[in-house]
Structures are given as C-alpha cells and as structure tokens.
Design a binder for this molecule. Structure first.
Ligand code: ADP
Length: 349
C-alpha cells in the first residue's frame, strides 16, 4: 500500500530543484503554483521568470524526477507558465518591465538584425515585446519589420506603435526625415527619446528592445537617463577593427552604469551547403574580447544570405527560415538575453 503523499514532502523535493539562472530553488523563488495531490498523482505549475527560458525543458524534467522520487508518487503533471519580473524601477515607466539596448561600435555589423530577430523570438515565446528604433543615423527597423508608419493615435493623442510579428514597433524614422534627426544634438534628441517612451501607447511590455545608433553619444546618454536600462548587448564582427570599436561600446555602458549583458559576434563564419564552415572575417574575436573585458560571451551568428534578403523584404530570418542555423543562433541569443534580464530583475528586487 502506498503511503499518504503530503504537500510538504512534494515541496521538500521541489526545494532541491534549482533554477540554474537564478541559482535558487523553485520553492524559495515562489515558482510552484497550484500544487495538488490526487491519490498518487501530483499536479502543479512551474511559473518561470520568462517564457523564453533556455532551460525550460531541463527545469521541468528535474522537477518531475524530484517529485517522482517521493515515496508513493506514481505520476507528475506539470504545467509551465511564466511571469516576467520587472527590473525597471522607475515607477512612471512601470509599463515597461525591462529594457535592453543593442549597441555596436560601428554601423553595418548587424546590430539592427540582432535587435529585430531577438524581439521577434521573444514575442514568439509568448512575451509582450516592444522594439524601439533609436538609430538616428539609419533607422532601418521599419524596413526590416515590413512596416512603414505608426499604427495611428489614441483618443488621448498618444502614438500607437506599428505592429508586426507580434512586436510593437516604434522608429525615429516614423517621426522625422532621416537627414533631420542626424543634426539633432543633446536637448532635442533628449526630448525625442522621452517622447518615444512617454507619448507612445506601448501597453504593458515584458521587454523593450532598443536599437541604439552605432558608437557612443547623446542617444545612449538620454536613454540611460530616461529608462532604467536592465542591460546592454554589444554586437561586433570578429575582426580586430570591429573589436576595437566594440570595446568602446562596452566602456560606454560601463560609464553609464548600464549592466553589460555581453558580446554577440555576428558573421562569425559562413555555412557552406556541404555543411562545412568557412571563416570570412576570422572568428573567435568576440569570445576573446569578452574574456579580455570580463563580460559574458552571448553567442555567435553565422553569415547567411537569407538574413539580408529577409531584412530587405521585411521578413526577419527567424520567421522566413525558422530552422536555419542562423535562426537557431538568434533564438538562443534571445533566450540568453531573457535569462539575463531575469537575473538582473531578481538582483534589483
Ligand atoms: P547595423 O544595424 O549594425 O548597421 P544591420 O543589421 O543593418 O547592421 O546589418 C547590415 C547588413 O548586413 C544588412 O543588410 C543585413 O541584412 C546584413 N547582415 C547582418 N547580419 C548578417 C548575417 N549574419 N548574414 C548575412 N547578412 C547579414
């Protein structure tokens, strides 16, 4: 005869299962919800801190194994859910739970490509995502997302963002002609940035992904003064000149007090049709830079023509070729960023 299973025994077992990102157990983190014991069956929900959790399957499996090991348990039914915590502590911007800036030392390294595909990947996982194109030198997010205007205005005269692939999109390109924004300086740029946050009806967002202009300057400063940024990501090419620029980008985040999530190396190699990999710009530079500066290496992205074609046609590669190696890399990068946001939000709680 099986012994009576108690909730305490189940919770004690789950108290041994860690969230590897947050390095605490599921019970102390308050992630176990709706626990019920029905004869020899145990049912509960694990409420993660992001729907894009890279270790979702592992956590579920570990929880299942732990509870199955409790005396008398014959079956375990686990539902997975997620509630993204707010790292953003400025009460007036509470509707943006977390914001992450994507930066680069120079243009043309794939910063916007990363911003777009990360935003779409997070939205596909079920998160509420906004994408803010603050690149005054080349606001190309609308082209890459296949949108060309704002979504209209609300009754109280707020701007409705455009929407594509489940992502709310706002671009400096919707507001001014490109040649205008480039000549803006400090105060004017600062008020434009504030407008992006204050006058846009974002609704509640789990993540706001921001495409910064390349280099270091007023936009970076204004954004970090306006929003309590959770993290910055630096995109670089593998070759030395690009890495030198990326190093300056890292310094900028550090000076602004924005936590550096890490380095992404784009165009790190070319995947040949026969499955071989060919270095074009050399590879490994991003990893070396991360090691040298003591920041995490987030991942590398291969060169794939489908990225450029998708960018030009307004269909992000993660949508047009979801299973291609390049899309798998981009999805893993999005998940890593989501996990780092959770850790940062947890630190701030
Ligand atoms: P940035 O925002 O840094 O200026 P973009 O994201 O606009 O750079 O990318 C520059 C160009 O390179 C675009 O045409 C884009 O489609 C292309 N591109 C970016 N990453 C890749 C990649 N991994 N493979 C192929 N083309 C890429």
């Amino acid at each position: 005869m099986s012994s009576q299973i108690t909730r305490d025994a189940v919770l004690a077992a789950l108290g041994q299962v860690l969230d590897p990102g947050l390095k605490k157990d599921l019970v102390s983190l308050g992630m176990i919800k709706d626990l019920s014991v029905d004869g020899s069956e145990v049912n509960f929900t694990i409420n993660l801190t992001t729907p894009a959790c890279p270790l979702k399957k592992t956590i579920k499996q570990n929880a299942e194994n732990a509870v199955l090991a409790v005396d008398g348990v014959s079956a375990v039914n686990i539902e997975m859910s997620a509630e993204v915590p707010a790292g953003q502590k400025k009460a007036e911007y509470g509707f943006i739970k977390n914001s992450v800036a994507i930066a680069s030392g120079k243009g043309g390294v794939g910063k916007s490509t990363v911003a777009v595909n990360v935003a779409v990947a997070l939205a596909q996982s079920g998160a509420r995502v906004g994408l803010l194109d603050a690149d005054i030198y080349g606001p190309n997010i609308p082209t890459m997302m296949g949108v060309d205007a704002i979504g209209g205005a609300t009754e109280n005269k707020k701007i409705l963002p455009a929407e594509a692939y489940g992502v709310k999109v706002m671009s400096i390109g919707f507001m001014v002609r490109p040649e205008q924004a480039i000549i803006w300086r400090g105060p004017l740029l600062h008020s434009a940035i504030q407008q992006f946050v204050n006058d846009v009806e974002w609704g509640e967002l789990d993540y706001l992904i921001i495409d910064l202009p390349p280099g270091t300057g007023d936009v970076q400063l204004s954004l970090s003064q306006t929003l309590d940024l959770q993290g910055g990501v630096i995109v670089t090419l593998p070759q030395k000149v690009s890495l030198d620029d990326a190093r300056r980008g890292l310094n900028m985040f550090q000076k602004l007090g924005v936590p550096v999530f890490g380095v992404v190396e784009n165009m790190s190699h070319l995947e040949l049709p026969n499955g071989e990999s060919m270095d074009i710009f050399g590879s490994g530079g991003g990893k070396a830079l991360a090691a040298e500066t003591g920041v995490p290496f987030i991942g590398e992205i291969p060169i794939d023509q489908a990225v450029r074609v998708g960018g030009d046609n307004g269909i992000p590669v993660i949508i047009s070729h979801p299973d291609a190696p390049v899309s798998q890399s981009l999805r893993a990068i999005a998940e890593d960023i989501a996990a780092k946001v959770s850790v940062e939000a947890y630190k701030r709680s």
